[in-house]
Structures are given as structure tokens and as C-alpha cells.
Write a protein that binds this ligand. Sequence first.
Ligand SMILES: Cc1cc2nc3c(=O)[nH]c(=O)nc-3n(C[C@H](O)[C@H](O)[C@H](O)COP(=O)(O)O)c2cc1C
Length: 476
Amino acid sequence: MGTNHQQRQLHLGAFIFGVGHHIAAWRYPLTDTGGLLKLDFYKQFAQTAERGKFDLVFIEDIPVLPEPLNRAVQYTLPVRAEPLTLLSALASVTKKIGLVGTVSTTYSEPFHVARKFASLDHLSSGRAGWNAVTTSMENTAKNFGRDHHLDHSLRYERAKEFVDVVTALWDSWEEGALVIDKATGQFADPDKVHAINHVGDHFSVRGPLNVHRSVQGRPVVVQAGSSTTGQAFAAQTAEVVFTAWQTLEEAQSFYASLKGQLPAYGRSPDELKILPGVLPFIGATEEEAKAKEAEFQNLVLPAVGLGMVQNMLRVDLSGYPLDGPLPELPDSTDINGGKSRYQLLLDMARREHLTIRQLIHRVTGARGHRTITGTPVQIADQLEEWFVKEACDGFNIMPPYLPGGLDEFVDLVIPELQRRGLFRSEYSGHTLRDHLGLAEPANRFAQRSAAVAESAAADESQAGVATEAALASASE
Ligand SMILES: Cc1cc2nc3c(=O)[nH]c(=O)nc-3n(C[C@H](O)[C@H](O)[C@H](O)COP(=O)(O)O)c2cc1C
């Protein structure tokens, strides 16, 4: 490979997950467990990603511990920083990199979310992005006063309305609404600040927001559900989609399907960037990379690996031999958690005739995302292949452990991608939208004001024409 692609370049996210993505990351000797929930640890992560010219850092959020609780606490590392708190802190120690965080549409209110991300966008000078997820784990309901997780289709209906309300609130202050005239005492132009008066099936929100229009116009909207309903939601609302695929063919098919849905909503395929996750095990030689991967696998306690697969498939596998196949499981249409990852695991196990033990090995690192094990050149080859064959617009990089896993990628793989012309050597813009090549969406209220002004002007000129005609006829 090694072709030069001046026209199109990769977009890269650096995905923060605990002290590394591998489930045994915290046991790996080189992992900095002392950094957990320490600002310096995340600062180092974000600054390293910025040194590598990544488009963004991303932090996930699932506001519930995995089941069963005692095992999750005893053997895995289940603590996580709250995304907005963390990203606000990172805004002050970085300059260019985008700051993307998850907030659930099932367990929050739109006004709060609109306000927080607009604030982050101001405080970071235009670097905020919101990963709007419907939340995959059913037990989250129990932390929010509900007995049951909403049904999958209802979650997405709510999500669609949620995003509509949030973006309307972001639009509620037009560009130029602030007047700040000390002499006259006028702070803002009331004609450019709008109540949204939203009354829908799930929310009732008057607005306007108490934060004026943010630096990017609107923070970037990200989405991470890949089911059929998730895709339809993304096609209407999302500007970036995070996703997980194992094979080139699956990723190509998802890419074509999702991009193909955009024109139906009056959007061009370029208005949405698709970034699958990749967990890289990097070595000076292929053997060294494989040995590193094996070292991580050896750190997974059997009960922990099994528990992870059971959680992802929502099934008790304790009665089945580890060296046998998965039992018959319901199709994803019949489950109520996140559907696409569930289906991905089933498809992978069936396609490759995996035993339960082999499936455990395949998911304990990347949770169903793609793992690439090899030298920097081999990794760059594989990333390039997916990119040029239209399987993605870039990747979400998932270091298996921290901080070394990200350092290796930035020091060894990024230069190889740059050498091939596949990735920027310097930021050319300042905002997350600049990095992603995404235009600022038009403000719906500004469009309306412009239309009203236009029709008023038309009325006026019609009236002028009529008056001129009347005068002309009077003089005749
Ligand atoms: C990179 C990536 C990040 C994700 N982050 C989150 C997250 O932070 N919280 C969450 O509940 N789900 C997260 N998800 C999972 C999806 O949002 C999940 O698939 C969704 O909740 C259910 O969607 P689906 O049924 O359309 O697949 C993430 C998925 C991907 C690929």
C-alpha cells in the first residue's frame, strides 16, 4: 500500500475507557492504575492525542455497574469519570482537540444536556461534541427510579425528540443576538432570542436556553447505535457515528447503508462521518505484538471473561461447556438492550464457528470492536485498506492499556499514516467542526427571521408598487 490520498484524510478519535480498553488492562504491569480518576492521567491522555493531531478524544458513559455487582467490583475496574466534568477539565489543558462525551437520551433531560454542551463549547472555544446514546444496559433503569428500561423503539423515539429539542435550544439564540452596548444599556436583541415552545410526546420545553449561541453554532452531534432503528436516527440527526465491525464486508455494507439514507433527509453523505473502533496491539515485530496480546489474554480470569460475554449476550452460560458452541439464542429483534453489538457477537460466533472460550478471547479486549495486532506498518496497512475501500471515514482508536497504549500509537502508527498522506501533520482549523470538515448547521430561527424579513420587505415593496400605481392612475 502506501498510496497518497491527498483528497480524503482519516478522522481519528482517541477513546477513553477506564485505564485501557482491555478488560484486564488494570492488571497489566505497565498500566498506570494510580492515575485512575486523577486529572493528570486524563490530561496526559488528551495532550498525547493532541500531539498526534487526533480529531477528538471521546469518553463513553454507562451509568450502571455490570452484573453481577459483586463480581464486577471484585474483579473488574468499573469506576468511570463523569464525562462532562472530565471534558470541562480537559478543555483547560488542551487547545485544539475535540472533546466528545456520552450523555444518555433515556436518562436525562434535554434542557440540561443542551446547556452543558453549549457551555462546554464556549469554554473550549468550539470543541464540544455530544454522543447521544439511548443506553444499552437495561439495569440502568434501576438507578433512575424506573423498574424497566424503555423499549428499544420507544428509546429511539424519545432520542429523536430529545435531539430535536436540544438542537432547537442551541438555535434559540441567533448569531449576533448579543448587543452589549454599555452606552444604551442594551444587552441583547430580543428579536434574535427565541422561545422554542416545544410540546411533544416526551418533552415539554419552552426555552430559550440561558447560554447564547456557541462557538460552533452547535456542538457536534455523535451517535453510537447501529441497529436498523439506530441507523435511521443517525441518518436524521448525527454528524459522526461510532460503530463496531469485525470484517471489511460488514463495515462496507454499514457504510453504504447509512450514507445511502442521508439524501432522504435532505443531507449529503459527507455530512456524516463514520468511525468504527479499533484496538491495536503494537509491536516492533508481528511476533512481539502477538506476544503482547497473549500476555493480556493470560491476565483475564476465566470467570471475568465469561461474565463479560454473559453480560453482552444477556444469557447464563454457566451450564454450557467452554469448549462447545454457544447455545441457541434469540435473534436481536427479540431483545431490549443494545441490539447491534448483541447481533455482532452472534454473527461472529456463528460465522467463525467459535467455541464459548474462543468467543471470550475475542471480546475481552475490544468488546466486539476490531483488534489489529502487528507492527506499525501492518496496522497502517489495515487502517488504510478499510479507509480506501469505503468502510469508514476514520477510526476510534482504543488503546488496550494506558498511558503506553496511546503513546505507541501516536509515536509509531501516526507517523506512518502521515507518511502515506492519510492523516494531517498539523491542525488546519480550530474547532471540532473544522477538524471533521463539518459545516455549521443553519439556525432554524435565523432562517425564519430571514423569511419573515423577506416577506415583510416584499409586502413593503408591493405596497410601494401599489401606491405608485395609485398615484399614477390619479394623475392620469
Ligand atoms: C464507540 C462506541 C461507543 C459507545 N458508547 C456508548 C456509551 O457511552 N454508552 C452507551 O450506553 N452505549 C454506548 N455505545 C453503544 C451503543 O450506543 C449501543 O449500541 C446503543 O445503546 C444501542 O443501540 P443499537 O440497539 O442501535 O445498537 C457505544 C457504541 C460504540 C460503537
